[in-house]
Every structure is written in structure tokens, then in C-alpha cells.
Design a protein around this ligand. Structure first.
Ligand code: NDP
Length: 448
């Protein structure tokens, strides 16, 4: 039995009730096989994989809070401090009813590799609660955040663990969490990222994930002698990532013909009008169907996803599992030759299999989320740097650094794939490139 298989089988025995974590661990371990085989004796001697798959620490706690009617509630809170080999734990907090230890361990493991790919000194972590902010009043959300932080503050700090937002945790929640941390610790320090600009947030953080996605896509298509300029792009979603992916893709000369929300999608043959999109989503907070009333020539497709539209490049920026095998087949049949993931896990396993087959058959390009959407966490790490310096950089400074980081990620992923005999396979390239640096640091730091 190979070392990778052995480690996975032990993991299965130890954590039978964690299906999401086991699935992610299996996918990651399998793709690491080329580097593990090449270093098997060294890794075995240092129990490297056994250490890599277990979090350094998991903190779990109850979160008591009282709603506006005086009714008491108890939620569960977690922080998975997965790996600090290359820097302080870094990763978002998710407030959603589906949150449990298995999901947070799965997200934490992915985060280790994503953070490593940025080239910045940030380790991997993830946390959150099964609290659902939907339908809660502002005061309820504040009381919940204060109670959550009253326990979490003991375990985090600017040099130990720096959480951020994720699903259900936006600027409002980060503000309340930061306020309570400051009150309890007495410290004004960069312990959270995604902060408001008035208290240590970074310029260009809002744009970072969407812009970063387009920067890496541009570099990837250049890598095969093609161009983003003049290409037709299909985008899903119309939230933060989608909006700034549309803006940057259009600035670089592509024509983006779709955006969507969970109710349907817009097709605009003349290219999505970013200003109209932003007004609808950021100011009016309306549904995307309104776009068709405002922009002549555009059409709204109720209840459908945009993957049937003809395009060169698809940028899924909405949610997990939004492209299944049939959607991927449709995209490929319609001439799409590139997918880069803005959302986390938007392509399901069948879709990824379809991309891989098309890659082998005809050079299809696929950049997985941990590389393609790393621009968000990269600028969060730049927020940490600015907080430590007690300085704020200009938008252009941050954007230029983001651009360089995304180009470096592409080069690292691409050359690593080639080095391990998987040229053009950016899934393997991203996993190995992320892992290589973490493994090196873990080996040098000894059995900790
Ligand atoms: P937003 O909440 O701003 O936007 C999400 C968008 O996806 C909305 O348009 C939403 O539509 C749509 N959507 C949600 N669920 C579905 C569904 N089931 N079917 C179709 N569309 C759906 O989120 P973000 O833009 O911030 O995040 C998008 C993705 O990117 C997520 O996977 C997130 O984890 C990932 N990501 C985000 C980062 C960031 O910096 N923001 C960083 C890295 C990853 P509706 O309004 O109808 O719900």
C-alpha cells in the first residue's frame, strides 16, 4: 500500500463521522502522490503526511445569546487552527446552519494550500458557527458576534491567528467582532481582516477576488498563446466576486455576456454594463432580472444557469456545485476552452472529470479555486502587513501587488505541474505547489 493510501485509511478510521473532510483529504492526498512518491522515505520518517492531515488544534465552544424577545439560544462555535508552518493561522469565519467540524476541517485543509500559493506568510485555519444571520435583527447579530468573540478572543491575535469573513460574515459582522476583541483584549491590532476602511481595512480588498481571478485567467490564456482581449466570457453570480470579475474582464478587452443570481441569468449580447449591474446589486439590492428592464437587447432567463451560452471562457463566481457534469459537457460542446473558478468549489467532481478529459483531448484550461480565487486572501494578508506597519497603501499599490501575486501563482502552478510530469494539469500543480512550501517548512521545524 502506498504511503498516501496508508495515511488516508488511518484518517478514515479516526474520523468516520466527517464525510466532507474525508472527501477533501482524499482528493488532496491523491493529487500529492507524485511529490510524496518522490520523497517517501523522508516524509515517512518525519510522519509528515500524518501531521499534515490533522489540525494542530480545534477549539470548540458554546455561544449563548439572547434574541430580541428575550429568548435564550445556544449555538456552536469553532476555530480550526490547522497549520501554522508558514505563518499565523488565516482563514474566514462562516456563520451558516450547515457549519460543523467536518466542513470546517475540509475548508481549513484547502485554505492551507491556497494561502501557501499566495507566497505570503500565512498559515491555514477556518472557523465559524451554526448560527444563521438571516432574518436576525442588527442587535441580535451584534449580541451573537460579541458572545462568539468573548470566547474566541483567548485564542487569536495578530501574530497567532487572524480570522476574516466568509459566508454570513461580512463587513457588519467583522466590525462587531473587532469591537468586542478590542474591548476584551485592550489591543488595537490587526486581528481580523476585511475590516472597514476607517479602522484598518485595505483599499482594493473589495475588488481583490474578482480582479485576481481575471489576472490569473489572463496569464493562463497567454500561456497557451491565446488572448483574453476579444474573447467572450460567461460569468455566473452577481455578488462581490462576479461584479469585479466583470469589471476587470471588460477593462482587459473581453466581452462578458452573462451574470446571474439564484433566480436566473441575464444574457446581454453587447456586454454586461458594469455600472447598471452595480447600481442594481449594490445600491438597490434588487434581483438580477431588473437588468433586462434597464438595458435594451438583454434577455432574462428565469430559473436557468448560464452554462448553455456560447463562450470562450467561463468564470463561475456564484456558489458551490453550480457546474455539474452535464453543464460542463454543454460548455465544452459550445466551444468553451477555459474555466477559472471564482467561487469556492463551483465545479462538482463530474465537471472536473469532464474538464480533465477535454484537457487531455484538446488542451482545455482549468484553474481550480484555490489558485484562481486566492486574490481575496492575498489582499487580506496585505491588510495584515499594512496594520503591522500602521500605514495604508494606495489602491494602485495594493492592486499592483495583487497583480504580481496572481501572475506568480499561475507560474508556480504551471511549472510545478510540469515538474511532476502533469503539464497543463493545474489541479495537481496547485495542490503540489501549495503543499511543497508547507512540507518544507514543517520538515525544517522538526516534530511539532
Ligand atoms: P455574494 O454573496 O456577494 O454573491 C453570491 C452570488 O451568488 C449572488 O449573486 C447569489 O445570488 C449567487 N448565488 C448564491 N447561491 C446561488 C445558487 N444556488 N445558484 C445560483 N446563484 C447563486 O458572495 P461572493 O461574491 O463574495 O462569493 C461568491 C463565491 O466566491 C463563494 O463561493 C465564496 O465562498 C467565494 N469566494 C469569495 C471571496 C470574496 O473575497 N468575496 C474570496 C474567495 C472565494 P442570490 O443573490 O440570489 O443569492
Amino acid at each position: 500500500m502506498s504511503y498516501v493510501e496508508e495515511v488516508y485509511q488511518n484518517l478514515e478510521k479516526k474520523h468516520p463521522a466527517e464525510p466532507e473532510f474525508l472527501e477533501a483529504a482524499k482528493r488532496i492526498l491523491d493529487s500529492l502522490d507524485p511529490i510524496v512518491s518522490a520523497n517517501e522515505d523522508l516524509y515517512r520518517k518525519n510522519a509528515l503526511l500524518e501531521r499534515f492531515v490533522e489540525p494542530e488544534r480545534i477549539i470548540s465552544f458554546r455561544v449563548p445569546w439572547t434574541d430580541d424577545k428575550g429568548v435564550n439560544h445556544i449555538n456552536l462555535g469553532y476555530r480550526v487552527q490547522f497549520n501554522s508552518a508558514i505563518g499565523p493561522y488565516k482563514g474566514g469565519l462562516r456563520f451558516h446552519p450547515s457549519v460543523n467540524q467536518s466542513i470546517l476541517k475540509f475548508l481549513g485543509m484547502e485554505q492551507i494550500l491556497k494561502n501557501s500559493l499566495t507566497g505570503l506568510p500565512i498559515g491555514g485555519g477556518k472557523g465559524g458557527s451554526d448560527f444563521d444571520p438571516h432574518g436576525k435583527s442588527d442587535a441580535e447579530v451584534m449580541r451573537f458576534c460579541q458572545s462568539f468573540m468573548s470566547e474566541l478572543f483567548k485564542y487569536i491575535g495578530k501574530d497567532t491567528d487572524v480570522p476574516a469573513g466568509d459566508i454570513g460574515v461580512g463587513g457588519r459582522e467583522v466590525g462587531y467582532l473587532y469591537g468586542q476583541y478590542k474591548r476584551l483584549s485592550g489591543l488595537y491590532e490587526g486581528v481580523l481582516t476585511g475590516k472597514g476602511l476607517s479602522f484598518g481595512g485595505s483599499l482594493a480588498r473589495t475588488e481583490a477576488t474578482g480582479y485576481g481571478l481575471v489576472y490569473i485567467t489572463d496569464e493562463m490564456v497567454r500561456g497557451v498563446g491565446k488572448q483574453l482581449k476579444g474573447s467572450t466570457v460567461v460569468v455566473s453570480g452577481s455578488g462581490n466576486v462576479a461584479q469585479y470579475a466583470v469589471k476587470k474582464a471588460e477593462e482587459l478587452g473581453a466581452k462578458v455576456v452573462t451574470v446571474s443570481d439564484s433566480s436566473g441569468y441575464i444574457y446581454d449580447p453587447n456586454g454586461i454594463n458594469f455600472d447598471v449591474l452595480c447600481r442594481i446589486k449594490q445600491v438597490e439590492r434588487a434581483r438580477i432580472k431588473v437588468y433586462a428592464d434597464r438595458v435594451p437587447g438583454s434577455v432574462y432567463h428565469e430559473g436557468e444557469k448560464p452554462w448553455g451560452e456560447k463562450c470562450d471562457i467561463a468564470l463561475p463566481c456564484a456558489t458551490q456545485n453550480e457546474i455539474n457534469g452535464a453543464d460542463a459537457a454543454k460548455l465544452i460542446a459550445n466551444g468553451c476552452w477555459c474555466v477559472a473558478e471564482g467561487a469556492n468549489m463551483p465545479s462538482d467532481a463530474d465537471a472536473i472529470d469532464a474538464y480533465e478529459k477535454a484537457r487531455v483531448d484538446s488542451g482545455f484550461l482549468f484553474m481550480p479555486a484555490k489558485a484562481a480565487n486566492a486574490g481575496g486572501v492575498a489582499v487580506s494578508a496585505l491588510e495584515m502587513s499594512q496594520n503591522s506597519e500602521r500605514l495604508s497603501w494606495t489602491f494602485e499599490e495594493v492592486d499592483n501587488k495583487l497583480h504580481d501575486i496572481m501572475i506568480n501563482i499561475y507560474r508556480n502552478v504551471s511549472t510545478t505541474a510540469e515538474k511532476y510530469g502533469h503539464k497543463g494539469d493545474f489541479v495537481t500543480g496547485a495542490n503540489i505547489a501549495g503543499f511543497e512550501k508547507v512540507a518544507d517548512a514543517m520538515l525544517m521545524q522538526g516534530m511539532v
